[in-house]
Design a protein. Sequence first.
Length: 118
Amino acid sequence: MLQTVRNVAIILALAAVVEFLPGGGAAADTVMAALTLIFFAAFAWFIYRFYREQQLTLATLSDARKAGLFGAVGGLALLIVAYDEFSSWSGGVLLWIALMAGCVGAAIMIWRSASTYY
C-alpha cells in the first residue's frame, strides 16, 4: 500500500513539473521523442535479428514471394510513417487500419506458406 502511494506521488510530481514549470511541455515532448526513437530502434533490431536467423528460409523463397514479402514489409514501414497524413482526413484512420491489416496478412500468408512442409 505504501509503495502504491509513493508511486502515485511520483507520477503527480512529474505531472506538476510538466504542467507548471516553464518549458515543461517542451521537456515532455523531448522525452516522448526519445522514447519513440528507442522503441523504433528496438523494433529495427528485432527485425534485423529475425532476418539473420531466417536467412535460409528467405533464400528458398521464389522471387515473386520475396517481392511480396518485402513489399508488405515496406508497406508497413510507409504506413507507420504516414499515420499523421492518414489521420488528418475523414476516414483516413479506417483506410490506414485496412492497409495495415492487408500488409500484415500478406506477410503472414507468405511466411506461413514458406515455412510449412507438405
